[in-house]
Design a protein around this ligand. Structure first.
Ligand code: NAX
Length: 340
């Protein structure tokens, strides 16, 4: 067992996703069975009791990898020495709230947290933003952590969308999710996202598009299913879960966040996965936007790299452009608020 514990900070530690995350992290699901962890839970004063209660439960699990748990409402304490930070706590949209109000409220959270990360986190910190609007919150946090932390240490979660896409394909193709590789989610973690199967393959090497055509009665039927059923269902899956379950996605979101950080830290293996990372202009996405791309990680400490050179047909380019347009509008709105 490595002797030095890794400090993992979770914001919103008193909330639902925070609760689902911490037990799995403490069990070694995120950083592996050899890395002891120290958990730091950041909350606002109203959320402290819930986070403290969760910390009592963590103690009761007696996880061998869990060195200790701190609960705090002070960002500088929470991020001190953090090597992995999961920014989950965010201001939800409430009735009557305009988009601009939502962006402003979250800028007021992610700006100061980015600043605190820049001031006290480990120099190799990796930050994953889960709280919505995740891409733009990551942009704000990265801008606020500069110049102490390079922007490419920040990413936002689109792995849940990716996993949802794989789950839908597995169902229609009647294969296990593990048999499907190279699905890509492009763009914003919002209804404009583009789950793309044009590069996806099955374990036997068969393109997913061909398998869909076989299953659904031809290429046109497969395209119609993708446009009319698959893409909207993946993009609106969060709303479907709320409708059926009566509550938002929690365990699946925590699971995706663990997949995201585990692959970033330990390597993503063969093929591609999806994560929203800071654009360097890949695929024509304006530099600096936090956009979901096809990515991979070698687990060598350099984090996710965008996989370049994939073909996008006209239809795919239009979908990516629409999502990027939304990201640009969000960036411009927070710029106007002075948050960038
Ligand atoms: P909850 O409302 O259960 O928990 C949020 C917690 O954050 C609360 O305990 C609250 O007190 C705390 N909090 C608020 N402001 C804070 C601050 N400034 N510092 C520290 N803590 C703060 O929400 P939950 O269901 O856990 O969802 C958390 C976020 O994840 C939401 O923004 C949600 O929209 C987002 N999601 C993102 C997903 C993604 O794929 N990127 C999917 C799932 C989820 O919808």
């Amino acid at each position: 067992m490595a002797s030095e514990p890794t400090t993992v900070t979770i914001t919103g530690g008193g909330g639902q996703i925070g609760y689902a995350l911490m037990f799995r992290i403490a069990a070694g699901d995120m950083l592996g069975p050899d890395r002891p962890v120290r958990l730091r839970l950041l909350e606002i004063p109203q959320g402290m009791r819930a986070a403290e209660g969760a910390a009592l439960e963590l103690q009761d699990c007696a996880f061998p990898l869990l060195v200790d748990v701190d609960v705090t409402d002070d960002a500088l304490t929470a991020f001190n020495g953090a090597r992995v930070a999961l920014l989950v706590g965010a201001r939800p949209r409430t009735a009557g709230m305009e988009r601009g109000d939502l962006l402003a409220a979250n800028a007021g959270i992610f700006g100061p947290q980015g600043k605190a990360i820049g001031a006290v986190a480990d120099e190799d910190v990796r930050v994953t933003v889960v709280g919505n609007p995740a891409n733009t919150n990551a942009l704000i946090a990265a801008a606020s952590a500069a110049p102490d932390v390079p922007a490419d240490r920040f990413s936002a979660l689109t792995r849940l969308d990716h996993n949802r896409a794989v789950g839908q394909l597995a169902e229609v193709l009647q294969v296990g999710p593990g048999a499907i590789a190279d699905v890509i989610v492009w763009g914003n973690h919002s209804a404009t996202q583009f789950p793309d199967v044009s590069h996806a393959i099955l374990a036997d090497g068969m393109p997913v598009l061909e398998a869909l055509a076989d299953r659904l009665g031809g290429r046109d039927a497969a395209t119609a299913w993708l446009d009319d059923v698959f893409i909207p269902r993946v993009a609106k899956r969060g709303a479907e879960i709320i409708e059926v379950r009566g509550s938002s996605s929690v365990a699946s979101a925590a699971n995706a966040a663990i997949d995201h950080v585990r692959d970033e830290q330990l390597g993503s293996g063969r093929g591609v996965t999806s994560a929203a990372v800071v654009s360097r202009g890949e695929y024509g996405v304006p530099e600096g936007l936090v956009c979901s791309f096809p990515v991979s990680s070698r687990g060598d400490g350099h984090g996710y790299r965008v996989i370049e050179g994939l073909d996008l047909d006209d239809r795919a380019q239009r979908r990516l452009a629409a999502s990027v347009e939304e990201l640009v509008a969000e960036r411009d709105a927070v710029r106007e608020l002075g948050a960038l």
